[in-house]
Design a protein around this ligand. Structure first.
Ligand SMILES: *Cc1c(COP(=O)(O)O)cnc(C)c1O
Length: 459
């Protein structure tokens, strides 16, 4: 089918996720046709470096024949069977064993889902169920953070802290509260990062006391916020949060949907920050995005209670532990392990990216360049010294994103923050290419902004 026909049919029939339909209809979609390694290709013959690993998920890169072959063999063997009603199958069992072997030592059980959003729905139900079983049904409140992303189902939006999402289609799930996010560049530059980290943690304690300890079930957060803007918390943040949760005996849920499976240079972000979560929702990199699968890793404290005292847990999905998805996920984890991909993120390519990415901080448009492992962000500013932003109407982030795409690099924008999260298998020369393309995109964005400003300044 010709590109023009695909575009026309796409706008006639396809409602995309997170999309302004009218605007897209006028512009038309980019049609991605194939991919290899860290590059995607579109129907107009462009090769584009995928600096986002799809949507934070293609950790092994595109075109891994082992994953294709594993899926194909399992499709022939057993394309589907469920895990309800006292049944299971080898792929679900093997994946469960491997995941629990990789997770922190006290996590020995996993509940499978089809996605990260379903994993967070499961979290909400499980956390509240746990406290019911403990004879404290009032412990229902879950504390999350402003600007958090935990998925797009009703529970996901309710746990999330993004106001545009929360303001559509309410009311949301009750008894969920939000506290400050540890976003130093955006909200804390009047103090040191360390002091700001402690202020944000203190906000958790304030909220717990406001709600009443006897009413608070859990705190949920990502180790590093992904969709929120690749927000790397100050070093003081997590130790302070941990101390508060221990003090009040509140469950810790670490959303590993992005940080899990190597993004920060450990199997899980929790290990990077020495956290001992009670629950860890996972998805995305679990299968390197080749097939949809998610899950919740469950610590002994919660699992033992559900098992010993729970009776039936009335929850689950048709595709919980789907055999083909589980097979591909297992093969993906084996490759990450056997090729030492994650050690390489920590010891080699992560530090190399950090060094090269930091150079972008010299660009006149960039107020801060930060990275950890293979996640990075650039803060676009109008004034490098003061860090003042451009007027919102300029939509500088989107402008830079579109320019970058046209130059051959997928960077994502969150407001005026540019983000990368490339496949973990990216090579040194490809990091050089990524940084060079990002610099070109910044230059072109600055040039375009100069034109806009000239037009708006009266002669
Ligand atoms: C993507 C994401 C989710 C939702 O996962 P889906 O598979 O899109 O439902 C949840 N939490 C975090 C942190 C995510 O990045």
């Amino acid at each position: 089918m010709a590109t023009a026909d695909l575009k026309a049919l796409d706008s006639a029939h396809h409602l995309h996720p997170f999309t302004d339909y009218k605007a897209l209809g006028e512009e038309g979609s980019r049609i991605v046709t194939h991919a290899q390694g860290i590059y995607i290709h579109d129907s107009e013959g462009n090769r584009i470096l995928d600096g986002m690993a799809g949507l934070w998920c293609v950790n092994l890169g595109y075109g891994r024949a082992e994953l294709v072959e594993a899926a194909s063999a399992q499709m022939s063997q057993l394309p589907y069977y469920n895990n309800f009603f006292k049944s299971t199958h080898p792929p679900a069992v093997k994946l469960a064993k491997m995941l629990c072997g990789l997770a922190p030592g006290h996590m020995n059980r996993v509940f499978f889902t089809g996605s990260g959003s379903e994993a967070n729905d499961t979290v909400l139900r499980m956390v509240r169920r746990y406290w019911e079983l403990k004879g404290q049904p009032d412990k229902r409140w879950v504390i999350a953070r402003d600007n958090a992303y935990h998925g797009s189902t009703v529970a996901g939006v309710s746990l999330g802290g993004m106001s545009p999402m929360r303001n559509q289609g309410g009311p949301l799930v009750p008894d969920i509260a939000h506290i400050r996010q540890p976003y130093w560049f955006g909200e804390g530059r009047d103090m040191t990062p360390e002091a700001f980290g402690r202020v944000c943690a203190a906000d958790l304690e304030r909220k717990i006391l406001e709600l009443g300890v006897e009413n608070v079930a859990a705190f949920i957060a990502e180790p590093v916020q992904g969709a929120g803007g690749a927000i790397i918390p100050p070093e003081s943040y997590w130790p302070a949060i941990k101390a508060i949760l221990d003090k009040y005996d509140i469950l810790l849920v670490i959303d590993e949907v992005i940080c899990g499976f190597g993004r920060l240079g450990e199997w899980f972000g929790s290990q990077h920050y020495s956290l001992e979560p009670d629950l860890m929702p996972v998805a995305k990199g679990l299968s390197s995005g080749y097939l949809p699968i998610g899950g919740v890793l469950v610590g002994d404290r919660v699992a033992d209670t559900l098992i010993e005292e729970g009776g039936e847990f009335f929850h689950g999905f048709t595709y919980s532990g789907h055999p083909v998805c589980a097979t591909v996920a297992l093969r993906n984890l084996q490759i990450l392990r056997d090729e030492a991909v994650i050690d390489r993120v920590r010891d080699d390519i992560g530090p190399y990216l950090a060094k090269r990415w930091a150079e972008l901080g010299e660009h006149p448009l960039v107020g801060e360049a930060r990275s950890l492992g293979l996640i990075g962000a650039l803060e676009l500013v109008a004034d490098k010294q003061s860090g003042q932003r451009f007027p919102q109407a300029f939509a500088v982030g989107n402008l830079c994103r579109d320019i970058s795409f046209d130059k051959g690099l997928v960077m994502r924008s969150v407001g005026d923050t540019m983000i990368i999260s490339p496949p973990l298998v990216i090579r040194h020369d490809q990091v050089d290419e990524l940084v060079a393309l990002a610099w070109q995109a910044l230059d072109a964005t600055a040039a375009r902004l100069a034109q806009i400003k000239d037009k708006e300044t009266p002669a």
